[in-house]
Design a protein around this ligand. Structure first.
Ligand SMILES: Nc1ncnc2c1ncn2[C@@H]1O[C@H](COP(=O)(O)OP(=O)(O)OP(=O)(O)O)[C@@H](O)[C@H]1O
Ligand SMILES: [Mg+2]
Length: 256
């Protein structure tokens, strides 16, 4: 790999277009992602989030526009892009028959890394899976699977990671566990691009939030700036009711 640029955006998307036959999904998408930040791409079902992530991760060809990741062009330098990224898809890609540790060791071997066992143990610890490490993945909860899935994508320390709807289908506790893992990643300098349908997820995690709607990015800003788009809140005196999430967590407790 050539020397990495240390300044400028780590992901740059300009004029990106993609259609599936007559269906125009991306109609000129532009955005930049700063190195070491968490960027959330928000959009409803069918907005084109997965399509965009697939193009950024070289799995799908764009019809038009330019995309660079870690300084490499996704079309002309696809192999360099692949070395710079990892992708955790919308549906978990873990092997059910293997244990969590075996899954990690397998990925480390496939990537020809030294000391696959040590890498696996480090990642299990980072994602609070040490105790469950020797158990078959088929016995894991949804949150544990997702965490393992993300851990697997970190084998080899890629500088950029794509997470496509990392918490869809998880219960509140599982979501919080995944959020914690993502925050830790970014704290260590990894750039994270995640897609989500959940406003609260973007609110919790993202340094910048972009909304993909009808094929274009309609807003792209920090949460603080996005909040200013709404009319100022009126002050009201009401008794604060706990949310359903508060109640659920109070009853279920933090079993981690
Ligand atoms: N291979 C394909 N062939 C034809 N149409 C497709 C294909 N993949 C996606 N689409 C369509 O393109 C649109 C965007 O799909 P995409 O999966 O990118 O959306 P998304 O924002 O990820 O949605 P979700 O939130 O449901 O995951 C949808 O209307 C979808 O049906
Ligand atoms: Mg999707």
């Amino acid at each position: 790999m050539t020397t990495l640029p240390t300044t400028g955006p780590v992901i740059r998307v300009q004029g990106l277009r993609k259609s599936y036959k007559a269906l125009e999904v991306l109609r000129g998408v532009d955005f930049d992602v700063a190195r070491g930040s968490i960027f959330a791409l928000l959009g409803s079902n069918g907005a084109g989030k997965t399509t965009a992530v697939k193009i950024l991760s070289t799995l799908l060809k764009a019809d038009a526009g330019t995309v660079s990741v870690n300084g490499f062009d996704v079309t002309t330098q696809a192999a360099d892009v692949r070395e710079s990224i990892s992708l955790t898809g919308q549906f978990a890609a873990v092997d059910e028959i293997l244990s969590g540790r075996e899954n990690l060791v397998l990925v480390a071997r496939l990537r020809h890394l030294k000391n696959p066992g040590t890498i696996a143990d480090d990642l299990l610890a980072r994602f609070s899976l040490t105790d469950a490490g020797s158990r078959k993945v088929s016995t894991y909860s949804g949150g544990m699977r997702r965490r393992l899935d993300i851990a697997m994508s970190l084998v080899g320390n890629p500088p950029v990671i794509f997470l496509d709807e990392p918490t869809t289908g998880l219960d509140p506790q599982g979501r919080i566990e995944v959020w914690q893992a993502v925050k830790e990643l970014a704290a260590q300098g990894t750039t994270v691009l995640l897609t989500t349908q959940y406003l609260d997820e973007a609110e919790q995690l993202a340094d910048r939030i972009a909304i993909l709607h009808e094929g274009r990015i309609i807003v792209n800003d920090t949460l603080a700036e996005l909040k200013k788009l709404l009319p100022p809140a009126e002050v009201e005196y009401v008794e604060k009711q706990p949310t359903l999430e508060d109640v659920f967590l109070a009853l279920v407790g933090d079993k981690k």
